[in-house]
Design a protein around this ligand. Structure first.
Ligand code: KIV
Length: 287
């Protein structure tokens, strides 16, 4: 594993070399540093933070200011991984100029290395505009959570042949527009396989099967922190919910029993002495 910072050219080269890309979401500096140390290639500051950090039902309430705040925290904690800042709901669909302005803020204030946006061929001119300004863009097609109400829920996309063809056309249009990689979310694995084989740029799947050039998971989900969330595509690599609940219960037991902090976790000073008879000067430093 290289210790060099991961660039968009390295991300593209991985596909040519047949090496899989590892991407995870991150929302703060501590997690970013842990995921970076573990060798994650790409950290996505996803607008999924609206659900896993802010506790909303969808990603729609997330604003550009929220994304900038979290992206800045993630870049502070990252040394090697490529950091992608997600463009939130309605920060890029009003006009190409609005999109460029939002992308610029994510790069300049958030210090992202690239931006990601959800949508297909209709966004091609917008993507080209952002890329021409020197900002790399990652696409995101298939199940696009910002369109949850238009899709009628978080549903797998591309099951009918017309829908599958539309998604394939979207992928080709995003590649032509200049995207350096595309997230494929919530589509059947044979469609993801077909798209991956037709594209020169890498595909990164979530709920899109094993044939993609890389995979992405929400860090809280893959670490088992989100108890009630067990979709078919998710694999939990740890049960941090159980670990954290156990640790906090131990802490609570020791605080209530008066066994924490013990001597080894307390400070001492040799310079303090009791001044007899003078309560207000109980602790006075020795001369
Ligand atoms: O916001 C997010 O976390 C995402 C990933 C699920 C791809 O877009």
């Amino acid at each position: 594993m290289t210790s060099k910072p991961i660039t968009t050219s390295e991300i593209r080269a991985r596909k040519a070399r047949g090496e899989k890309l590892v991407m995870c979401t991150a929302y703060d500096a501590t997690f970013a540093s842990i995921l970076d140390t573990a060798g994650t290639d790409i950290l996505l500051v996803g607008d999924s933070l609206g659900m896993v950090v802010q506790g909303h039902e969808t990603t729609i309430p997330v604003t550009l200011d929220h994304m900038i705040y979290h992206t800045r925290a993630v870049t502070r904690g990252t040394k090697r991984a490529h950091v992608v800042g997600d463009m939130p709901f309605m920060s890029y669909k009003v006009s190409a100029e609005q999109a460029l302005e939002s992308a610029m803020r994510l790069m300049q204030e958030g210090r992202a290395h690239s931006v990601k946006l959800e949508g297909g061929q209709e966004l091609a001119p917008t993507i080209t505009r952002i890329i021409e300004a020197g900002i790399p863009v990652m696409g995101h097609i298939g199940l696009t959570p910002q369109s949850v109400h238009a899709m009628g829920g978080f549903k797998v996309q591309g099951r009918s042949s017309e829908d599958a063809q539309r998604i394939l056309n979207d992928a080709l249009a995003l590649q032509d527009a200049g995207c350096f990689a595309i997230v494929l979310e919530g589509i059947p694995l044979d469609l993801a396989k077909e798209i991956t084989s037709q594209l020169e740029i890498p595909t990164i799947g979530i709920g899109a099967g094993v044939h993609c050039d890389g995979q992405v998971l929400v860090c809280y989900d893959m670490l088992g922190m989100n108890e009630g969330f067990k979709p078919k595509f998710l694999k939990e690599y740890a049960n941090l919910h159980e670990v954290i609940v156990g640790a906090v219960q131990n802490y609570a037991d020791e605080v209530r029993a008066g066994t924490f902090p013990d001597e080894s976790h307390s400070f001492k000073s040799k310079k303090l002495r009791l001044v007899e008879g003078e309560e207000s000067k109980l602790y006075s430093t020795t001369a």
